[in-house]
Write a protein of this length. Structure first.
Length: 139
């Protein structure tokens, strides 16, 4: 009676199938992960700041209607009140006193709305505040 030799080759076809399915899933979900508030930033002739990914800043957005959004919290895509800004930023600053905050406001928003957002940040004790601009629009 002859013994059969065991096949020691690995069948990689199922692994390729799984890889292709995962690739399709990631290709579909990646565009859905982009989030943020649609803000038409004003133009400025300024050099971009250095970005340290370990100390990511919080972004406070003011849209064209004057609604305020914060990039952290329960729902970053929902507008919040000045009181919520003070509460959330105060809590964040207690954990990270060196926290930077970037204010991005739509170019069409009334100046009063930006000043209200700045007053809320000041009431929360924020010290490191920067403004976002669109440097690419400058020729």
């Amino acid at each position: 009676m002859a013994r059969r030799k065991l096949a020691s080759e690995m069948n990689v076809v199922p692994y390729i199938d799984v890889m292709l399915v995962l690739l399709v899933i990631f290709m579909i979900t990646a565009p859905l992960l982009t989030q943020g508030i649609d803000v038409d930033l004003p133009d400025a002739d300024a050099a971009p700041m250095a970005f340290d990914p370990s100390n990511e800043p919080v972004v406070l957005s003011v849209d064209s209607k004057g609604d305020i959004y914060l990039s952290v919290g329960d729902d970053p895509d929902s507008p919040i009140t000045d009181e919520d800004v003070v509460r959330i930023v105060t809590t964040l600053l207690q954990r990270r006193p060196d926290l930077g905050i970037i204010v991005e406001a739509d170019g069409r928003v009334p100046y009063q709305a930006v000043m209200q957002a700045m007053a809320a940040l000041q009431a929360a004790g924020a010290r490191k505040i920067g403004f976002a601009a669109d440097p690419e629009a400058q020729g």
